[in-house]
Design a protein around this ligand. Structure first.
Ligand SMILES: [Zn+2]
Length: 181
């Protein structure tokens, strides 16, 4: 990867041998390894080691999970907040694991829509809850730095499964909770 980044600097019209750029290929390689670490992690394994049986019937919501991801179209960051809720069906998962799960999907080349669905699906498939809801609100640098240059606009995506889809009151409760400051 370092050779490719060196080549990219040349294509940009830069001199990769000048002092400020000498270590750039190494630094950029390390950065991309960190930002794409999600490919080398298994969300199914994480979720399964953190599941436990618990009688708890109310909604569990982890909101304002900070996310940083890279859009797969431009390799530019998109970032914002994710809100994840589920209605347990006998099994629950450690709260900190929900945030780690979100990170695993964020640290890949992504589109926000797919990431939203992937987070909901992994919870659905492994916890078999009565419902799952995921909302992501994010700003995309590829929209802000180039192209339409709409600064400050936020993209909101959501995936609702089970009761969050079929029962408007459950959905309303969730939407009310994530809007509360
Ligand atoms: Zn993009």
């Amino acid at each position: 990867m370092q050779n490719l980044i060196r080549g990219m600097l040349l294509e940009m019209g830069e001199n990769p041998d000048r002092e400020g750029l000498l270590k750039t290929p190494h630094r950029v390689k390390e950065m991309y390894q960190f930002l794409t670490a999600g490919y080398r992690e298994d969300p199914k394994a994480l979720i399964n080691e953190a599941i436990y049986e618990q009688k708890y019937d109310e909604m569990i919501l982890v909101k304002d999970i900070q996310i940083f991801s890279l859009c797969e179209h431009h390799l530019l960051p998109f970032f914002g907040r994710a809100h994840v809720a589920y209605l347990p069906g006998g099994k629950i998962i450690g709260l900190s694991k929900v945030a780690r799960l979100v990170d695993m999907f964020a640290r890949r080349l992504q589109i926000q829509e797919r990431m939203t669905v992937e987070i909901a699906q992994i919870i659905e498939e492994n916890l078999h809850p009565k419902g799952v809801a995921v909302v992501i609100e994010a700003q995309h640098l590829c929209m802000q730095m180039r192209g339409v240059e709409k600064q400050g606009s936020t993209v909101v995506t959501s995936e609702m499964l089970g009761r969050f889809r079929s029962d408007p009151r459950t959905r309303e409760e969730f939407m009310g909770l994530i809007r509360k400051v």
